[in-house]
Design a protein around this ligand. Structure first.
Ligand SMILES: Nc1ncnc2c1ncn2[C@@H]1O[C@H](COP(=O)(O)OP(=O)(O)OP(=O)(O)O)[C@@H](O)[C@H]1O
Ligand SMILES: [Mg+2]
Length: 550
């Protein structure tokens, strides 16, 4: 941690980073972009049925309050004045969907996490109803119709949860992604909480028009969503409201960015052509395309990167999204129990230094970019009697790298100018074997900033730069130079190509696995009487362990 004496000299900025696997609160010094202190707590994920992924919105909120409190205690121990914190930014797991009652403040169901697959049948149905030549969803939102985005999750909640239906009828329901849920609560909740979201988070809902920067009536009708429950759209950097309670009471909340946008800002990728790749629960490669909306021809998304101020222009990005990256390590830990902590995977992989022909496609939530196949499921193939847990651990890390190669190839084709190096961040980048493997598989250097918390840094920058706060200058000449650790490719490109082409073969085997419409049934029993849930088919096996050597 930084020297406390330096820190007391100027204003500070705090940032909440509410991720899929954990919540953190950080405090930065805007003059140096130095991290002064932070606190982190894990978030519980629930898997009530095959393919379903939920989190408790109240646990998420409590974790934010707790992290703020703990960080403030740590700062006091460093003799840093809490009153120096002049603004707070919020960054969050994107797409995850919450509906709550504005009168009681209670969530009306668990949060449906972005990875959740319960809407697969809806997606199949809606996709069929749209003509390929006039795909207005794609044109307006930059997104393919997928289980990934909020609109179908909200559609499910409205169709399957009686409490949600009732609250909408009574005019008491509010919808939000995690940023909206947090900001509404932090600014007072039932006592005047501000119901808003920023353009980067809104662009992941599939009902937001990325050209007009407004909710889109046609899309809301298409997904059956009443517009009265939607939050107000704001820029990513402006004062939304003031903290209502806790040690930071009265401080403005003035930055809001989806986590991947925040990492783009935190990695200082503020110019056209600059890109970063974040390895968290999933993996997300974003390339800033400036003020142009670039349409991908290779399975990438067009998304809003940020709009850093009410009067500032909107910036767009091309995005390659991979659903499962760090989550495959968590799966080896929690489900297979072959490691005790995520970092232990490095020791296992190191013991073998190769997967010996074992390939692991972790398509637990279908496949996102560039395939967009919700029917894919995970496979481990190329097994022999020689294979042991170390090879599987190695194959899991290699899978993350191959998936990144796929989205990087797509990005290079869409942009025309191949990236010369890859800027990385996120929890998994602590893993040196993974970073070296990544450089080997991409055949370009991988650059990791010495301060890995770039997601939180981006949110703090947005908050500190807001009108009425102005303690962080985003002028390129004022931005601090980022210290980077560099991983150079160490294997021949031909060797990398052979492994990559075998990976592609494995991917083909994982696709089209769940062909029938999957279970979309509610766990709210009161619903069965009132709704037609014809498709209540629970598919059985999700992980195929192929014993055939490929
Ligand atoms: N040393 C490591 N080696 C491999 N994987 C790791 C390591 N450390 C953490 N991970 C994985 O990285 C993920 C956590 O990363 P991070 O903290 O960036 O995620 P998050 O911010 O909570 O989630 P997200 O940003 O995707 O919403 C976990 O899935 C964990 O299993
Ligand atoms: Mg994160």
């Amino acid at each position: 941690m930084a020297d406390a004496k330096k820190a007391v000299l100027g204003p500070l900025v705090g940032a909440v980073d509410q991720g899929t696997s954990s919540t953190r609160f950080f405090v930065f010094n805007p003059k140096t972009a130095e991290l002064l202190n932070y606190h982190q707590v894990e978030i519980k994920q629930e898997f009530p049925k095959e393919g379903w992924v939920e989190e408790d919105p109240k646990e998420i909120l409590q974790s934010v309050y707790y992290c703020i409190e703990k960080t403030c205690e740590k700062l006091k121990q460093q003799s840093i004045e809490i009153s120096n914190i002049k603004a707070i930014g919020v960054t969050n797991q994107r797409e995850t969907t919450v509906v709550w009652d504005k009168v009681t403040g209670e969530p009306l169901y668990n949060a449906l996490v972005w990875l959740d697959l319960r809407t697969q049948a809806t997606v199949e149905k809606l996709s069929k109803s749209i003509s390929v030549s006039n795909n207005f969803v794609k044109t307006k939102t930059g997104l393919p119709i997928s289980t990934y985005f909020s609109a179908v999750k909200l559609h499910w909640l409205i169709g399957n949860v009686r409490k949600v239906q009732k609250a909408i009828e009574d005019g008491r329901a509010l919808f939000g992604t995690i940023d909206s849920w947090l900001i509404w609560n932090l600014t007072g909740g039932v006592n005047g909480g501000v119901h808003c979201t920023d353009v980067s988070n809104a662009s992941r809902t599939m009902i937001f028009n990325i050209h007009s920067l407004q909710w889109d009536e046609e899309l809301c009708n298409f997904f059956g969503i009443p517009m009265c429950i939607l939050p107000r759209i704001r820029s990513s950097s402006e004062i939304y409201g003031l903290m209502k309670t806790g040690p930071l009471e009265g401080m403005p909340i003035s930055g809001c960015l989806g986590d991947q946008s925040a990492a783009l800002v935190g990695q200082m990728c503020l110019q056209d052509g600059q890109a970063k790749n974040t390895y968290g629960t999933g993996c997300f490669l974003l390339c800033n395309t400036g003020q142009k909306c670039v349409v991908s021809e290779h399975g990438l998304l067009t998304t809003v990167a940020y709009k850093l101020g009410r009067e500032e222009p909107v910036y767009y990005a091309l995005e390659g999204s991979v659903a499962i990256a760090g989550a495959v390590v968590s799966w080896l830990k929690n489900n297979m129990k072959i490691i005790n902590a995520s970092k232990d995977i490095e020791k296992l992989a190191e013991q073998v230094g190769s997967s010996y022909g074992c390939y692991f496609v972790p398509a637990f939530s279908g496949l996102y970019a560039p395939y967009w196949d919700p029917s894919a499921r995970g496979i481990i193939c190329g097994l022999t009697q020689f294979t042991n847990k170390c090879h599987i651990a190695f194959a899991a890390l290699e899978a993350v790298c191959f998936q990144v190669r796929e989205i990087l190839d797509a990005m290079n084709r869409d942009c025309g100018i191949p990236l010369k190096h890859l800027q990385v961040d996120g929890g998994m980048t602590e893993n040196k074997i993974l970073m070296q493997l990544q450089a080997d598989i991409l055949c370009i250097p991988v650059m990791k900033p010495s301060m890995p918390e770039t997601t939180a840094l981006g949110a703090a920058m947005a908050a500190g730069a807001a009108e009425g706060v102005r303690v962080w200058s985003l002028d390129p000449k004022d931005l601090s130079v980022v210290q980077m650790e560099k991983f150079q490719p160490r294997i021949k490109a031909e060797e990398s190509e052979v492994r990559y082409s075998t990976w592609k073969k494995a991917v083909m085997k994982s696709m089209g696995w769940v062909m029938t419409q999957s279970s979309e049934g509610s766990r709210d029993p009161s619903i069965f009487a009132s709704l037609t849930l014809g498709f209540y088919v629970v598919s059985s096996m999700v992980i195929l362990i192929g014993a055939r050597y490929i």
